[in-house]
Design a protein around this ligand. Structure first.
Ligand code: 5GP
Length: 196
């Protein structure tokens, strides 16, 4: 039986540098009952990242093959740099087993999931203010100035997508944002809309 409408599949998106990855990492540590999708990516692993835990690191050819097989629920090129995608089957298995499932993906990916699984709950993570987002992007210090400018421009466009989402969580403090998200994930299913 196909899973019925539920908010157990939660898609977390938001502008670059808002802290989506950190919120997901806190949930991974503090809420082991929540299943978190492990994406495939063509970017190289950073120090400390473990293949199969943080990402499945794959070659361009392997990524192409997954796209051709329809093995990805969604995929996108992020920051014009590398491809990222969500393996479809593990998501379906998590949902079938009744575990709350979380996808932490970029906006383009969230829009694709909305096409394929409109019954999912779409959560937008937003910074407390624009200045704070700039501070986080600069503070991270992992990008040079041109790259930072490009990401800020992307963030400006991405912030405008908030109305496409069901719920907004303001990321003032990472543990509070993570708790808010987990509470949403475990909340009773949404009441059916009047048309269903
Ligand atoms: P990073 O390379 O810093 O780990 O991630 C860069 C961006 O890729 C983040 O905005 C993250 O949300 C996004 N991302 C990670 N996994 C996926 C995925 O499976 N699909 C899509 N569309 N974006 C992803």
């Amino acid at each position: 039986m196909a899973p019925g409408p539920s908010n157990r599949l939660v898609v977390l998106a938001g502008p670059t540098a808002v802290g989506k990855g950190t919120v997901a990492a806190v949930i991974r540590d503090d809420h082991p009952d929540v299943w978190i999708s492990v994406s495939v990516t063509t970017r190289p692993a950073r120090p400390g990242e473990v293949d199969g835990v943080h990402y499945h690191f794959v070659s361009d050819d392997e990524f192409d093959a997954m796209v051709a097989e329809g093995a990805l629920l969604e995929w996108a090129v992020v920051h014009q740099a590398a491809r990222y995608g969500t393996p479809r089957r593990p998501v379906e298995e998590a949902l079938a087993s009744g575990r709350p499932a979380l996808l932490e993906i970029d906006l383009q990916g969230a829009r694709q999931v909305k096409q394929n699984m409109p019954e999912a709950l779409f959560v937008f993570l937003t910074p407390p203010s624009w200045d704070e987002l700039v501070r986080r992007l600069v503070g991270r210090g992992t990008e040079d100035e041109r790259e930072r400018e490009r990401r800020l421009e992307t963030a400006r466009v991405e912030l405008a997508a908030e109305p496409e989402f069901d719920v907004t969580i303001v990321n003032r403090e990472v543990h509070a944002a993570a708790d808010e998200l987990v509470t949403l994930m475990k909340a009773p299913l949404r009441a059916p809309s009047s048309s269903s």
